[in-house]
Each structure stands twice: as structure tokens, then as C-alpha cells.
Design a binder for this molecule. Structure first.
Ligand SMILES: C[N+](C)(C)CCCC[C@H](N)C(=O)O
Ligand SMILES: O=C(O)CCC(=O)C(=O)O
Ligand SMILES: [Fe+2]
Length: 413
């Protein structure tokens, strides 16, 4: 491939400095090197003062020199079989600049002072540039209310194919990532089959409630879930520092009335608050709230607390990643000054009003055979009060493990 090198010479020094520079053998000119490669993967490169500008297709991309040295993919710098860095980042001169810059066969090739050569494929650079990534969310989602969810007509996975076909699990995970809920139908109404379905997705997270749990309204634990009472929308484990990422439910039996499951997209409601009153959104994203689970019975002793804002937002792009909303388990507010407390209640009321809009409520009756996976960092669940024997089994999963499964399938998560 032919590579054309154009040197654009620009005075780097003021005339008065020139003389001493000559004496001290310093470079007189700062080089802005334009490298244009005439091939299918045309790229032009400009060396700027503190970064390299790469024009390759889309918008110009800028890469800091230390970043480039740090992200060198040569064997000495990076172990490509473990995908781990070998290079000690602290050994890089923070004012490093390459001595030579070229484009060869779709690669940017840099020669560093001392002779080390780094090669980066242009497509890898484009994929990993700030310019490419600044626009996209960490996790793409489709926020919903009852109507839009129903209209989307998302198919449930089916037990048979789910258990035998990876592609079925991939489709299921894609729906789960986008909507925060997903269903598997025709599952045998047993704890074992529920466990098997879950394990197709990921690891089960054991908690104080057990690994696989099966519960009914017997007050076996100190929590209203173990009653026949209706439960308002909430997320579980708000009293964990890291609430479980997923909740799995399978209703194995119900001989009675009521007991439908309520689902509400918490992010949909919170986005409404963000649009209507950014200051309330900010309060919900900043004010620390404690949740607590205190259990003191013959068989169980627990005292868990989790502290964090109701809305958890990535600080670099304001994207929401977790909502912690459970009015039952919310603990004493005692680390917030009174005037902020007043404003927080106003913000909390606005969010609650949004969460309670009937058009945001998706009601489903869980029946034997239907397993639901709920994103417990996003979608709230609740239930009608009920009569009769109702047996629910399920488990929790850790979010990291589920997202890992999704990425292994090539999904963005
Ligand atoms: C699901 N399972 C019945 C096992 C536990 C229920 C835990 C309920 C608790 N109030 C919470 O919101 O975390
Ligand atoms: O009984 C139900 O449908 C759900 C109860 C509940 O909120 C829970 O177990 O986390
Ligand atoms: Fe719950």
C-alpha cells in the first residue's frame, strides 16, 4: 500500500527562542504530520500538541498520547490471550509523544522514543474512540408504560427451545435488556425446572431467603411478602448495598382469588420526573436514603442496611442505572438536614405519582408454567392481596453475571 507523508512545518518557538534552541539542539519545528493512506481504509493523521487526530470515515477522533501508549496491543504491553495489560502504566512518561507516525495496511503505527512500536487497527481505534462512544448509552433500553409494552408484543420464550437452543436464550436476554422484564412459558411447575431455566441465564445469588426459595403466606419470615396482603410497587433488597440485579418468580400454585402481579417501569416514571422537574430528579439522585431489614425471630436474625439515593445515575452521562424504591423497607432519614428533607419529600411524591399512574401499571397473573425475570434495578413489582393457597418460587441473580451472559452472546450490556 502506498503511504504519502506530508510534513506541515509550523514554528513551535518564538523567534527569540530560536537561537537558544539551535544551540541546545532542540527541535525548531513542531511537526504536524499528515499521513494519508490511499487504500480502502483511508485515514489521515495529524500530530497535535497533546493528542493525535485521526480522520477515518466519521468525525475526527482525538487520542491522547499517554492513552495511546497505555493502550498498546503489542505482546510486551498486552496479553491478548488473557485480555490483560502487561504494561505498567506508571512507567509511561506523561509527556510522551511518538517519534514517528504512519498508517500501514489499515493500522496506525507509532514508534515511541526508545524504539517501541505500537500498532492499532484503525477500526479498533474508531470503535474505542471517545467520539464514537460519547453519544451512546452504556445500556440501550426501551422505556415503557402498559400500553407501549403490550403493543411491542414481545414473545415469551418457550421452555423446550429455551433449554436446548442458545439463540432462544440470546433473544430472551435481548428483550430482557431492553424492557427489564422477560418471560419463559411452558415451564414445568416445579422448583427444579425453575432452577434449570434460571441457570440457562446465569448464576443464582444466595441470600438470607435461600438460594431457590418457595414461599407462601405462612409468616415464616419477618416480611409482608409472606402474607396475603397486597404489596405496592417496590424494588427488592433496597437494604443491600448491592441489591440483587434480577428477581425470578414462578407461581407454582394458586387456589383462590387475587394475587395478580403488578409491574411498573421505574425508569419510565423517573424520566418523566427528570423532564418535568429536573431539580426534583436531582434531589432523588443525590439525597442518601437508608433502607433496612431487621429480623429477629427464633430461626432468623438479620440486620441489613443499604444507603444510597433513590435514583442512581452515572455521573459522566446522567444515565440511570438503578432505582431503589421500597416504602416498606425505607428506614429512618437522619443524615439529611430538615430543609432538604422537605424538598426530598416533594420530589419523592412526584416520583410516586408517576409510578402510580394507572397507564404505567402492567398487571399480569402469574400462572404455573410462566416464569418471569424482572430487572430489580429498574422494574418494580407488587401484587394484589389474595385468598387461598398461593405458592411462589424463584430466586435472585446477580446483575454482573446476567450482563456477562448477555455480552458473551454479543449483546450490548
Ligand atoms: C422474594 N422473597 C420472598 C424471597 C423475599 C422477599 C423480600 C421482601 C423484602 N421486603 C424486599 O423487598 O426485599
Ligand atoms: O407475592 C408476590 O407476588 C411478590 C411478593 C414480593 O414482592 C416478593 O417476594 O418480593
Ligand atoms: Fe418484592
Amino acid at each position: 500500500m502506498s503511504v504519502m507523508l506530508h510534513r506541515i512545518l509550523r514554528p513551535a518557538l518564538k523567534p527569540a527562542q530560536l537561537l537558544s534552541a539551535v544551540k541546545n539542539k532542540q527541535p525548531l519545528w513542531r511537526h504536524e504530520t499528515l499521513v494519508s493512506a490511499s487504500s480502502a481504509c483511508d485515514a489521515t493523521i495529524r500530530s497535535l500538541e497533546d493528542c493525535l487526530e485521526v480522520n477515518y470515515g466519521g468525525a475526527p477522533m482525538r487520542f491522547n498520547y499517554v492513552w495511546l501508549r497505555d493502550h498498546c496491543r503489542s505482546d510486551a504491553s498486552y496479553n491478548s490471550s488473557t485480555n490483560q495489560r502487561n504494561l505498567d502504566t506508571a512507567s509511561i512518561d506523561l509527556s510522551i509523544r511518538p517519534d514517528n507516525t504512519t498508517v500501514q495496511d489499515g493500522h496506525l503505527v507509532l514508534t515511541w522514543p526508545g524504539g517501541h512500536v505500537s500498532k492499532y487497527s484503525l477500526s479498533w481505534l474508531a470503535e474505542n474512540s471517545y467520539e464514537k462512544n460519547k453519544q451512546s448509552p452504556i445500556q440501550p433500553r426501551i422505556l415503557w408504560n402498559s400500553d407501549t409494552y403490550k403493543k411491542a408484543n414481545i414473545p415469551s420464550a418457550k421452555w423446550e427451545s429455551f433449554m436446548s437452543c442458545d439463540d432462544e436464550v440470546k433473544k430472551f436476554l435481548q428483550n430482557y435488556l431492553l424492557y427489564g422484564i422477560a418471560f419463559v412459558d411452558d415451564v414445568p411447575a416445579t422448583v427444579e425446572a425453575t432452577e434449570a431455566v434460571t441457570q440457562r441465564v446465569s448464576l443464582i445469588r444466595e441470600t438470607t431467603y435461600g438460594r431457590m426459595w418457595c414461599f407462601t403466606s405462612d409468616f415464616s419470615r419477618g416480611d409482608s411478602a409472606y402474607s396475603q396482603l397486597g404489596l405496592d410497587r417496590h424494588t427488592d433488597n433496597s437494604y443491600f448495598q448491592e441489591p440483587c440485579g434480577i428477581q425470578v418468580f414462578h407461581c407454582l400454585k394458586h387456589e383462590g382469588t387475587g394475587g395478580r402481579t403488578l409491574l411498573v417501569d421505574g425508569f419510565y416514571a423517573a424520566e418523566k420526573v427528570r423532564q418535568q422537574s429536573p431539580e426534583n430528579f436531582e434531589l432523588l439522585a443525590k439525597v442518601p436514603i437508608r433502607h433496612e431489614y431487621i429480623e429477629k425471630s427464633e430461626n432468623h436474625r438479620n440486620h441489613m442496611t443499604g444507603i444510597g439515593p433513590v435514583l442512581n445515575v452515572y455521573p459522566w452521562n446522567d444515565e440511570m442505572y438503578m432505582i431503589r424504591y421500597n416504602n416498606y423497607d425505607r428506614s429512618v432519614i437522619n443524615i439529611v438536614p430538615h430543609d432538604l428533607v422537605r424538598r426530598w419529600y416533594v420530589a419523592h411524591r412526584e416520583l410516586t405519582n408517576e409510578l402510580r399512574r394507572p397507564e404505567n401499571e402492567l398487571w399480569v397473573k402469574l400462572t404455573p408454567g410462566k416464569v418471569i425475570f424482572i430487572d430489580n434495578w429498574r422494574v418494580m413489582h407488587g401484587r394484589d392481596s389474595f385468598t387461598g393457597l398461593r405458592q411462589l418460587c424463584g430466586c435472585y441473580l446477580t446483575r454482573d453475571d446476567v450482563l456477562s451472559s448477555a455480552r458473551v452472546f454479543g449483546l450490548q450490556a
